[in-house]
Design a protein around this ligand. Structure first.
Ligand SMILES: NC(=O)c1ccc[n+]([C@@H]2O[C@H](COP(=O)([O-])OP(=O)(O)OC[C@H]3O[C@@H](n4cnc5c(N)ncnc54)[C@H](OP(=O)(O)O)[C@@H]3O)[C@@H](O)[C@H]2O)c1
Length: 277
């Protein structure tokens, strides 16, 4: 059984999942993307992260294909576009996503970023979707501390996660957002954990990975997984990398390695506005 994080609702959420951004954008790559997701599920990845935005719905279709015929379904996260996130628009968008995913329910449904509709309206729709059994939990994405404080004021039952850009090379959330979320037992979903591949080119990461005896990607993911309340969702359409990334679960980081990483990738010493891709 993979380690999980508890959401404020009490539901358990796995700490590692498969990302799907950039999937569904090219008919030529569709077969390899589908294979990568199926392979990941066969390996035991218990979660998939997607969004109506990815491939304009096509990434959700590929996830639907990957899930077809499986009895054990993974935990599925999807997201509504801010411009669809009105009271009625959120419900319609969720129903379209369910159709593409071919699922009766999304486990965690997120507002992709703040903007467009008022969050009061979005949350009202989230509650309706939850009452109707179409989503199990809801949350947000790309919310900085002030946005989270607004969200918590509006909806004390904010019961899901906040998915943000967070990696060894983008440690800003550690200053205030992550501690605030930890206090409330709201897990942080770290997106672009490999900084879209950029982090893997850093010599300092390679050096520490060699000391640990793992690959740079495994080290970057293991560092996130070593932190309480942090979940991550690396994306790969390459079978070997899907397997390599899964291996991060077996990498244990000793305190002196964590200190070495802190020296190479220093934590923030002041507020850094949340970055967004
Ligand atoms: N909420 C949001 O606003 C938001 C924003 C961005 C991302 N996300 C979510 O987070 C997921 C992950 O973020 P991301 O896709 O931006 O970036 P990422 O996971 O940090 O990196 C993905 C890139 O790294 C490559 N890669 C993966 N594993 C590798 C390995 N072991 N060695 C070398 N290269 C490797 C992939 O190439 P190949 O595919 O060719 O292997 C791909 O180009 C997304 O897919 C999406 O589900 C959410």
């Amino acid at each position: 059984m993979m380690r999980s994080c508890n959401l404020p609702s009490g539901a358990a959420m796995p700490v590692l999942g498969l990302g799907t951004w950039r999937m569904g954008e090219s008919a030529r790559r569709r077969a390899e993307e589908l294979e990568a997701l199926k392979y990941g599920l066969d390996l035991g990845y218990p979660m998939i992260d997607t969004a109506e935005m990815y491939g304009d719905g096509e990434a959700e279709e590929i996830v639907g294909d990957a899930l077809a015929g499986r009895t054990a379904k993974p935990y599925v996260v999807s997201k509504v576009y801010p411009h669809n996130a009105t009271r009625s628009g959120t419900i319609a968008a969720c129903e379209r996503s369910l159709k593409r995913l071919r699922l009766p329910r999304i486990d965690l449904y997120l507002l992709h970023w703040r903007g467009g509709a008022r969050i009061e309206e979005t949350f009202e729709a989230f509650h309706r979707l939850r009452d109707a059994g179409k989503i199990a939990d809801f949350g947000v994405s790309n919310f900085d501390l002030d946005d989270m404080q607004d969200a918590a004021r509006i909806d004390k039952g904010l019961n899901g996660s906040n998915q943000v850009l967070y990696s060894l090379s983008r440690r800003g959330p550690e200053f205030d957002l992550l501690p605030w979320m930890r206090k409330r037992s709201i897990p942080l979903m770290a997106y672009s954990p490999l900084d879209q591949g950029g982090l893997l080119r850093k010599a300092a990461l390679k050096k520490v990975a060699d000391e640990v005896g793992c690959t740079p990607a495994q080290l970057a993911l293991a560092w996130l997984l070593a932190q309480p309340g942090v979940i991550t969702i690396p994306k790969s359409s390459t079978l070997e990398r899907v397997k390599e990334n899964f291996g991060a679960l077996d990498v244990k980081l000793a305190p002196e390695i964590l200190r070495e990483l802190d020296r190479a990738f220093p934590p923030p010493n002041g507020k850094q506005p949340l970055e967004m891709l």
